[in-house]
Write a protein that binds this ligand. Structure first.
Ligand code: URA
Length: 235
């Protein structure tokens, strides 16, 4: 890879900022100041910018606490998209949401440019659970929670086994492994109830960071990214 591309991607600079940094002798490759913006950077080279090592990132993973009022899409003619919540410097990565949250659903939305990992997290065959917090219009009984766990008819299919945990008389957490259109809302309807508030809490064991306010985001840590890779390797 060319040095200017490497520096631009690794340090989140525009290509012209990257070239300027190189021409101002701020970049070293394997200990030597690099002046040629087109220099080929071999794998395993150590590249430093202003004395700090920088690393090329092929894939980016962002944990977003999605607010209501945004659609889970990369573009939309009428509505604001979740990508508009990100700093414009992320545009270069061509991120997309891993699965959809409805416009009125809040919570954990993973954004990435890693198509294979996204596919693995969404594939029903991988049995990868996503947990939601639901506030319901009416109280929910233990029997109704059992029905949700066993699977309910939501019109075009019977849902796969799920896990339900009571939080209060009308609030539960529900873990599902599929991602049918409006699945949680349709499951609630199937037991004679309605969702009045919905928030995704986790992808598997990867939980929404409680420090993220609604609309805030952060990159996944290396440990969290590794978790995503390991999950689908095991299946
Ligand atoms: N199920 C729904 O009904 N809506 C969502 O946003 C996510 C899951």
């Amino acid at each position: 890879m060319r040095l200017d591309k490497f520096v631009s991607d690794a340090a989140a600079l525009t290509r012209s900022e990257s070239r300027k940094a190189i021409k101002s002798n701020r970049v070293t490759v394997d200990g030597t100041v690099a002046k040629d913006v087109a220099m080929h950077i071999p794998e395993n080279a150590s590249v430093f910018l202003d004395g700090e090592e920088i690393f090329y990132k092929k894939f980016v993973y962002i944990m977003l606490n999605k607010p209501q009022g945004y659609v889970s899409a990369t573009e939309d003619k009428k509505q604001k998209t979740v990508l508009e919540l990100l700093d414009p410097s992320y545009a270069r990565y061509q991120l997309f949401p891993v699965g959809r949250l409805d416009i009125d659903t809040e919570g954990f939305l993973l954004l990435t440019n890693d198509g294979e990992t996204a596919h693995n997290l969404l594939s029903p065959n991988k049995n990868f659970g996503k947990t939601y917090f639901l506030r319901l219009e009416k109280d929910i009984s233990d029997e109704e929670m059992n029905l949700l766990e066993k699977g309910v008819d939501i019109g075009d299919c019977v849902t796969k086994e799920a896990k339900a945990k009571r939080i209060s008389s009308n609030e539960i957490e529900l873990t599902i492994t599929e991602g049918k259109f409006h699945q949680i809302k349709r499951m609630a309807k199937a037991v004679g109830n309605n969702v009045v508030y919905l928030k995704r809490l986790s992808y598997g064991e990867l939980y929404l960071d409680k420090k993220l306010e609604i609309g805030e985001y952060r990159p996944l840590s290396d440990k969290e990214t590794q978790y995503l890779y390991n999950v689908h390797k095991k299946k």
